[in-house]
Design a protein around this ligand. Structure first.
Ligand SMILES: [Zn+2]
Ligand SMILES: [Zn+2]
Length: 209
């Protein structure tokens, strides 16, 4: 089991994460959103091997340049968000890639909608997947914000295809606030998918809309 360190950063109190492997005292940093000093404190004597972004929004990349300069490790970004937000990846995160950490790794799942290159990272621990860092793709009670109705529909399709195929106990760990599970969201998600959605519905949407 990895040890997951959550660091609250920035004025929006976004979640940065260190996915730590105790055996090798190494970790992968996910979403250095702000407050590089706070992130370095959390790192301590742990060796960071990669920096990964769930997506390119400012509140997830605010400390990226500081952190990359200090830690000198490769930065992985989905190519669609590298282009959309004018970022610079050292390597591309593509659907199905696995980024090694200790005996397991983080598996990339592409969930377009909130942004074109939004990805989730499945924590592959002892061959099992019970925890997933989902960025802003889904929160307790609804999908991540979208900029148009078509993007809302795209986000729902992505969630149906990639997330709601997982078993109920899988924990969804978002880019802001607290976690939820697939099972806790599933009935609301399914009811929402059956509704006739108004054509002007997008932005911050909840399953109860
Ligand atoms: Zn976002
Ligand atoms: Zn965010």
């Amino acid at each position: 089991m990895y040890h997951l360190k959550r660091i609250l950063v920035g004025s929006w109190q976004g979640n940065s994460y260190l996915v730590c492997d105790k055996q090798t005292n190494s970790a992968i940093m996910v979403d250095p959103g702000a407050d590089s000093e706070k992130l370095f404190q959390a790192v301590g004597d742990i060796t960071i091997t990669y920096i990964l972004l769930t997506h390119g929004h400012r509140d997830h990349v605010g400390a990226l340049e500081d952190v990359r300069k200090e830690l000198r490790v490769p930065v992985g970004i989905h190519p669609a968000d590298e282009a959309e937000f004018d970022l610079k990846a050292d390597f591309h995160l593509e659907h199905g890639n696995e980024i090694a950490l200790g005996d397991g790794g983080l598996k990339v799942v592409h969930i377009p909608g909130h942004t074109p290159g939004s990805v989730a990272f499945q924590l592959v621990e002892d061959g099992n997947i019970k925890r997933v860092l989902v960025g802003d793709a889904i929160f307790p009670g609804g999908p991540g914000a979208t900029r148009s109705h078509d993007l809302l529909l795209k986000s729902l399709d992505s969630l149906a295809r990639e997330v709601f195929i997982w078993s109920d106990e899988v924990e969804l760990i978002p880019g802001h606030g607290d976690s939820t599970t697939v099972g806790a969201e599933r009935p609301y998600f399914e009811a929402f998918r059956k509704k006739e959605l108004p054509k002007d519905l997008y932005g911050d949407v909840t399953w109860r809309e």
